[in-house]
Write a protein that binds this ligand. Structure first.
Ligand SMILES: C[S@@+](CC[C@H](N)C(=O)[O-])C[C@H]1O[C@@H](n2cnc3c(N)ncnc32)[C@H](O)[C@@H]1O
Length: 437
């Protein structure tokens, strides 16, 4: 491996592979990563039309101890799809390989190298590249991104990225602790002594300390030495605001021109939308905020909510890779929770068609939703098999005796607030029948 990496960072991940893991756990549990659920990738990156069975190729760059690679490989088991796991840490790859061995997975290839060398490794092209928690640890994150783009599929079915980088606002206290520890540790180079100092300092801090004030946002420092080192003692670590990300990867001057679909773990797009962040007690000007350009809304929401510690998102060549709402051929399905049409219909039908307060426990989101005239009835018919067109036809058959028969456009408009809300929470996604072929 040419020296295309930061030696101190490599040393850290050889000594303290991340995330810390015991491969034996794979005997009884599958770790899932938020972005790598195939139905999510399909909805956001392939317009809901990807079958994952036509030679699909995924790269996990800086894959660490294997969470994303193992999860992808498990879901792709039995297909001709291929997963490539690349990392510069041999110790991390060894742990990931042991996990794959325990699971008898044979669809992962292992590459011990720097991701900066990707364009010369002869591995391209990839339909999907995961790079989670890695770019912000490079001396030049844009060089890393360009190396990834160099192996991303670019033909008529362009590939997409699933990225995670640190978020500035939620990590305010982390950076204060990192600065403090650099001062306290001075010229100390021994990792174990730095870890002991960090633990002792954490135990002595007064309650006003900013890391302690926001400590509940972080859990890495409670995940043994590897987690603590990664969070508070890293030698190369930067973060981004949502605006900086849109500038860099999106349509900022000199940006890469990608479309970004943000999806926070468990909360989806909700933390990026002021009306969802402030939904408990919206200020009088909330509707005016909703009319602002999306970028401004996202930037304001990040500051309002304060607790986004990482930005997880899909970067796609254009917005047309997102499964479109409004096409009757698409099949809606509930996701991330064992929700059934009947249960959803009960919740959305409780107000008799009037706006009602939806309090969503898993995400902590609470906001007013307009279920429309047909929302509850549409939700009841969602079973992951019927398309919108079939659901609407069923509604029309039920209403055959009525004077008013709603057409598809009317039904889509009526259901829009329900869809927007549930989709923002990643509880309602779409797939095209082509993905089942
Ligand atoms: C914080 S860990 C993230 C691991 C994994 N992606 C995850 O989300 O759990 C960062 C990983 O990136 C790897 N890494 C950092 N710089 C790299 C480079 N230039 N080339 C390849 N891997 C790199 C490290 O070895 C480490 O395994």
């Amino acid at each position: 491996m040419p020296d295309n990496y930061l030696p101190e960072v490599r040393h850290q991940y050889e000594a303290l592979p991340y995330p810390p893991c015991d491969p034996q756990d794979d005997h009884h549990r599958l770790a899932q990563t938020w972005l790598e659920d195939l139905p999510m990738i399909n909805h956001y990156c392939f317009a809901g039309k990807q079958s994952f069975r036509q030679g699909f190729r995924a790269l996990v760059a800086g894959g660490g101890t294997g969470d994303a690679s193992i999860f992808l490989a498990e879901q792709l088991r039995g297909t001709n799809a291929q997963v490539v796991h690349l990392d510069m840490s041999a110790a991390s790859i060894a742990l990931a390989q042991e996990r794959a061995r325990i699971r008898s997975l044979t669809n992962i290839s292992w590459v011990h190298d720097s991701l900066l060398n990707l364009p010369g490794l002869g591995l391209a092209p990839f339909d999907y590249i995961n790079c989670s928690g890695v770019l912000h640890h490079l001396a030049d994150p844009d060089l890393g991104l360009r190396a990834l783009l160099g192996v991303l599929r670019t033909d008529e079915q362009p590939g997409s990225l699933g990225l995670m980088v640190y978020a500035s606002t939620g990590r305010t206290g982390v950076y204060q602790m990192q600065s403090l520890l650099r001062m306290v540790n001075g010229t100390e180079t021994d990792a174990q002594r730095k870890i002991s100092t960090a633990r002792a300092l954490l135990a002595s801090l007064p309650p006003g300390n900013w890391f302690l004030r926001g400590e509940d946002l972080h859990h890495d420092h409670r995940m043994g030495d590897a987690g603590l080192y990664d969070l508070l003692l890293h030698s190369q670590d930067r973060s981004y605001s949502v605006g900086e990300l849109i500038d860099w990867l999106g349509d900022g001057p000199g940006g890469h021109g990608f479309h970004l679909s943000f999806s926070d773990v468990q909360r989806g797009r909700a933390p990026y939308q002021p009306h969802m962040v402030l939904g408990r007690q919206p200020p009088p000007f909330i509707e005016a905020l909703r009319r602002l350009p999306q970028r401004q809304q996202y930037e304001m929401a990040e500051l309002m909510i304060g607790d986004i510690i990482t930005h997880s998102f899909y970067a796609t060549r254009h917005a047309g890779t997102i499964a479109p709402y409004g096409d009757p051929a698409y099949i809606p399905f509930f996701f991330h929770e064992p929700l059934t049409g009947d249960v959803a219909a009960q919740v959305f039908g409780s107000s008799g068609g009037q706006p009602f307060r939806l309090s969503h426990q898993h995400s902590g989101v609470s906001l007013m939703v307009n279920p429309g005239q047909y929302g509850a009835r549409i939700l009841r018919l969602i079973d992951g098999e019927r398309s919108f067109g079939e659901i609407f036809a069923q509604l029309r058959a039920e209403d055959a005796a009525s004077a008013v028969i709603a057409d598809d456009a009317t039904l889509f408009a009526d259901f829009k607030d329900c869809y927007d809300t549930l989709n923002a929470l990643e509880r309602l996604l779409l797939k095209h029948p082509q993905s089942l072929a």
